[in-house]
Design a protein around this ligand. Structure first.
Ligand code: SME
Length: 154
């Protein structure tokens, strides 16, 4: 990671912190999705799913297209896998992952980060990229930090 990239993660983290300090989750979540989408060119689609009645329900999202997967059962797709295990899923090549539920033809890689209150998954951050293997451990560490911040506000 270059110093510039590391600064970018830190800046976006600070902006998200500020949003959470000044806004209720009801309006803040959309702003956070917007900040993530606008902050990183490789983040082609950003959404937050929330667990409601045992399924993942799409909340705020930002991208060029809407997804047809607005509800996903736990255990289905990459999103459902992350929600079931509580572990971050990073898929470098979505065409090679049998669990992958296709939303956009342009997507090449995906990261899904659970939002947990203690060990209970209450939602997740889902990001698609049009770039192959767009996500690395820096994204994982950064997004897990964002998910922790979100968990305190949802
Ligand atoms: N690809 C996800 C479905 C959600 S869309 O990417 C927005 C999955 O495999 O669960």
């Amino acid at each position: 990671m270059t110093d510039g990239e590391s600064l970018e993660y830190k800046c976006v983290e600070q902006v998200i912190k500020k949003i959470l300090e000044t806004q209720p989750a009801s309006t803040g979540l959309q702003d956070i999705v917007d900040v993530l989408y606008e902050g990183f060119e490789k983040y082609s689609w950003v959404g937050i799913y929330l667990v409601r009645g045992g399924v993942l329900v799409l909340g705020p999202w930002r991208g060029t297209q809407a997804t047809e997967h607005t509800t996903i059962p736990l255990g289905k797709g990459v999103c459902g896998a992350a929600a079931k295990t509580g572990k971050t899923e990073r898929v470098d090549d979505v065409s090679k992952d049998k669990r992958y539920l296709s939303c956009f033809l342009s997507t090449r890689s995906e990261i899904v980060v659970p939002i947990k209150k203690s060990t209970v998954v209450i939602g997740e951050i889902d990001i698609d990229s049009d770039t192959p293997a767009a996500f690395d451990s820096n994204d994982t560490v950064f997004l897990e930090k964002v998910a922790d911040m979100l968990a305190q506000h949802i």
